[in-house]
Design a protein around this ligand. Structure first.
Ligand code: NAI
Ligand code: MG
Length: 365
């Protein structure tokens, strides 16, 4: 089959790292035994779209987002657009709008110990750590009606049963996948003080125990989860699921474990991942965790690994191409084992050198 992918390089280092990821996809589709080809649809997105079209994302690009099987993004924003526009008006409005129209409610961020990363945590503490943070991405305080006056402001933090059910199912599904070492879901909330958390806890409990009895479910208060995550990270092995607000914080915190922002991928899915090759593709929005890094943009030194691993997640979750996803991840690990490192990892390889080395391992497989 041919899969269509909307390619949104964005701003700053976004286009630099995205180019390395699309070159990886080219290597796969030109392989003699390739089982799929990729139709890449590049568009401006974020600040560069404001400059060119006057809006951070055009209606035509949003329509491509609806139609394409998956979306691969770099990052948006930078000092050029700061202050002038915020929220939906600024570069990040492009991401908010595209997420809304594609209903990608599940944000997945793997957190894993990375040899050669620069985690501030002690090596013996992080070794053996492997979990996924799953953040509910379409509801809660981020999207509830807002009131904003000079001396008063409020955000409505609300959830519906159906929204909690679908994220609980996603958590259980991921807990049973090879992406994590144990079939366990750790659900984080504040049911001692928040009504929305009490609904969350009740619905997560009901859904998982009824539909996925083989998954072990643990409830953890979100505040103490932060301490525990730093003191004993491997105790989170499994899937850490939380609502939009707590998930935002826990997923950034989990970034401490690998120790470098540049290597972390993320995925946002509109449905549970494709189980096997040949199933209908699942809409997904993939991007590295890092931002547009204006401080190093244009120098060709950005680490492309986060973007390349985001493409691997796309193959796995949206297209059911597990072998190819694994091949990319193996190529990244072999490249790092060979000692090649970019500047953020205290090395001196350029973006291109890192991308080329990964593709070389991928071709040799
Ligand atoms: P950032 O992630 O862009 O940069 C933080 C630090 O990490 C910088 O020193 C940067 O050089 C370094 N870094 C980030 N990615 C790297 C990579 N691939 N290789 C090597 N070093 C890397 O976060 P910051 O500085 O807070 O934000 C910069 C801009 O990016 C802002 O305009 C912000 O709004 C935007 N941003 C966009 C995101 C997105 O589009 N998803 C996410 C986060 C920030
Ligand atoms: Mg965040």
């Amino acid at each position: 089959p041919e899969f269509s992918i909307l390619i949104l390089g964005g701003d700053g280092i976004g286009p630099e790292v995205t180019a390395e990821a699309t070159a990886v996809l080219d290597v796969l589709s030109s392989h003699p035994n390739s089982r799929a080809t990729f139709k890449l649809v590049p568009r401006l997105f974020g600040g560069c779209s404001i400059d060119e079209h006057g809006v951070s994302v055009t209606e035509e690009t949003l329509e491509q987002g609806r139609q394409c099987h998956a979306i691969l993004m770099g990052a948006v924003g930078g000092p050029k657009w700061d202050g002038k526009r915020r929220g939906f008006e600024g570069p990040e409005g492009a991401t908010l709008r595209l997420r809304q129209v594609t209903d990608v409610y599940a944000n997945i961020r793997p957190a894993e110990y990375f040899p050669g990363g620069r985690s501030p945590l002690k090596e013996e503490l992080v070794r053996g750590t492997k979990f996924i943070v799953l953040r509910e991405n379409c509801g809660g305080a981020f999207y509830g009606p807002k009131a904003e006056e000079p001396d008063y402001a409020s955000d409505l933090w609300a959830y519906k049963r159906s929204e909690v059910e679908r994220i609980a199912r996603m958590a259980a599904h991921l807990a049973l996948s090879p992406a994590v070492p144990v079939p366990r879901v750790i659900s984080c909330d504040k049911d001692n003080v928040l009504a929305s958390s009490r609904l969350w806890r009740r619905v997560v409990q009901e859904t998982i125990t009824k539909e996925f009895p083989q998954v072990k479910l643990v409830h953890q208060l979100a505040d103490s989860a932060t301490t525990l995550m730093m003191m004993k990270p491997s105790s989170f092995n499994g899937v850490v699921v939380a609502d939009n607000t707590f998930g935002d914080i826990l997923s950034d915190l989990a970034g401490v474990i690998p120790g470098t922002l540049g290597v972390l991928p993320s995925a946002c899915l509109a449905d549970i991942p494709v189980k096997k090759w040949g199933d209908k593709p699942v809409k997904g929005f993939y991007e590295p965790v890092h931002g547009s890094a204006p401080d190093i943009a244009g120098q060709g030194i950005a680490n492309p690994i986060g973007a390349i691993l985001s493409a691997a997640l796309m193959l796995r979750y949206s297209f059911g191409m597990e072998e190819e996803a694994k091949a990319i991840e193996d190529a990244v690990n072999m490249t790092l084992d060979s000692g090649l490192k970019t500047k953020d990892m205290s090395g001196s390889a350029s973006t291109k050198e890192m991308g080329n080395a990964i593709r070389e391992y991928l071709r040799k497989r």
